[in-house]
Design a protein around this ligand. Structure first.
Ligand code: MN
Ligand code: MN
Length: 462
């Protein structure tokens, strides 16, 4: 009886019932490295900068147009410091396709407006315009850091990071005390805190002088001392408030990781690490993309809809005498992005049979989208089978999943933009609890299996 069930039924096991001691150690080592990466990379620029440093340490060199390319060469190209493409040149001609993994390194956050600074009632604030899909009430009364750049008229670009170091001050958006929140708490949750209400408190001491806006003046003079900037310089700045939480192990068994920006730096790190760990010359050229702007639709010059990707791939093809069109047609892309992990606190939004579970491994989404699969690229059955085979051959623990119940909501990734380029693409990544919250949770096991999954696709002998 049991034999026939085992033969005919598809049953999944908890990942910890599958792996041995050796992999348990490997996943702890991997998680430690990832936590360091996430702790530093609070913005897409910081993620790109750190990724370049890590790549250089492994022998990657900056690709310059016209550079001679040979199998085994490791190259990278930064897209304006906000997105990154890396490649390890394979044995085969690029006309036979590349193995691509693409993740994004931007994450939901609170951007400063271009004219952010104001004083009211003898307190100084920054006005903000949030970035990406957030539940606004989650972003008040948490410690915030300020990261980004100020580009000066003279061409100089100043890096800003306030709040990262333990001696730095931090920032906060205040909320109403419960004693006076009678009206607020009876509103729908999306109206309790409004977009224009996300004003960041930045100072309270007046400048020792007569005149108006003395607190604003005092705050501006601190910024001037530290960065040499004046109020007008905010016009050409990209400053953003991000959660100041340290990345920590979660749970008594330390099996989970809590931190800001798992979506999608957890997959970005997995594919970056896989790329850095490639040994020898891969069969096909391996490409790793760290994209920007996914959270707002992959628009813009650093988003995945940008032709910056074609530009890079066409350069590689041109240099090695391959047709870029043939390359795309024969390529395979893992759109490495997070998926929703089943949350027992909110079972009503999920259809359990098809939802990802923590500790069940890398989550594969054949399709994403919303309301009847609208807006998805929907990987073909053949592509899913291709991945099944690679994962089976390499003992990758994985699970097939879907984002919630039908018609409950939905979402998209960069997959559609890769597929539109005539590249076979499938979504795969780490299941997340509290996605898009200032403090998201993932399982170490799933993080490690996502790394292993991408590495096995890169290492495939085609
Ligand atoms: Mn994502
Ligand atoms: Mn997201």
């Amino acid at each position: 009886m049991d034999e026939i069930r085992e033969k005919l039924f598809y049953e999944q096991k908890n990942g910890y019932d599958i792996i041995g001691t050796e992999e348990r150690i490997a996943l702890e080592d991997y998680s430690r490295e990832y936590m360091q990466f996430l702790n530093y990379a609070r913005t897409e620029r910081e993620a790109v900068k750190l990724a370049i440093d890590l790549a250089k340490a492994e022998g990657f060199v900056e690709y310059k147009y016209g550079m001679e390319l040979k199998p085994g060469m490791k190259i990278y190209r930064s897209n304006r410091g906000k997105a990154l493409m890396l490649a390890v040149m394979g044995e085969k001609c690029l006309c036979e396709g590349a193995v691509i993994a693409g993740a994004h390194v931007d994450a939901p956050r609170i951007d400063l407006k271009q004219k952010p600074l104001y004083e009211t009632d003898e307190l100084a604030y920054f006005k903000t315009h949030y970035y990406g899909g957030i539940k606004k009430y989650q972003w008040v009364t948490i410690p915030l850091e300020l990261h980004g750049v100020v580009a000066l008229k003279n061409g100089e670009v100043l890096d800003v990071a306030i709040g990262r170091e333990s001696e730095d001050p931090q920032f906060v958006i205040t909320d109403l005390l419960p004693h006076l929140a009678k009206d607020q708490v009876s509103k729908p949750m999306n109206e309790g805190i409004k977009g224009e209400g996300l004003n960041i408190l930045i100072g309270s001491v007046p400048y020792a002088d007569e005149g108006k806006d003395r607190v604003k003046l005092a705050v501006m003079s601190i910024l001037n001392d530290r960065y040499g900037i004046a109020e007008e310089d905010f016009l050409s700045a990209e400053l953003t408030a991000v959660p100041a939480f340290e990345v920590r192990e979660i749970g008594l068994d330390r099996s989970l990781i809590g931190g800001y920006g798992h979506d999608d730096r957890v997959c970005a790190f997995a594919e970056l690490k896989a790329m850095l760990d490639l040994e020898g010359v891969p069969s096909k050229t391996c490409v790793c993309i760290l994209a920007d702007k996914e959270e707002i639709g992959s628009m813009g010059v650093s988003g995945m809809q940008s032709r910056a990707f074609e530009c890079f791939m066409e350069d590689l093809c041109e240099q090695t005498g391959a047709s870029a069109r043939r390359c795309f047609e024969n390529s395979f892309c893992i759109s490495a992005d997070v998926c929703n992990a089943f949350d027992p606190n909110f079972p009503e939004v999920s259809e359990k049979r098809n939802e990802a579970k923590l500790n069940y491994g890398m989550g594969i989404c054949k399709f994403t989208g919303a309301r009847g699969k609208s807006g998805t690229s929907d990987a073909s059955a053949e592509v899913v089978a291709h991945l099944r085979r690679i994962f089976a051959d390499n003992d990758v623990v994985w699970q097939m999943c879907e984002l919630g119940k039908v018609d409950q909501g939905g979402g998209g990734t960069i997959a559609q933009f890769m597929a539109n380029r005539n590249i076979d693409t499938i979504d795969a990544g780490v299941p997340v609890l509290s996605m898009h919250a200032p403090f998201e949770v993932v399982s170490k096991f799933d993080c490690y299996m996502t790394y292993k999954g991408v590495l096995s696709a890169y290492n495939e002998k085609y």
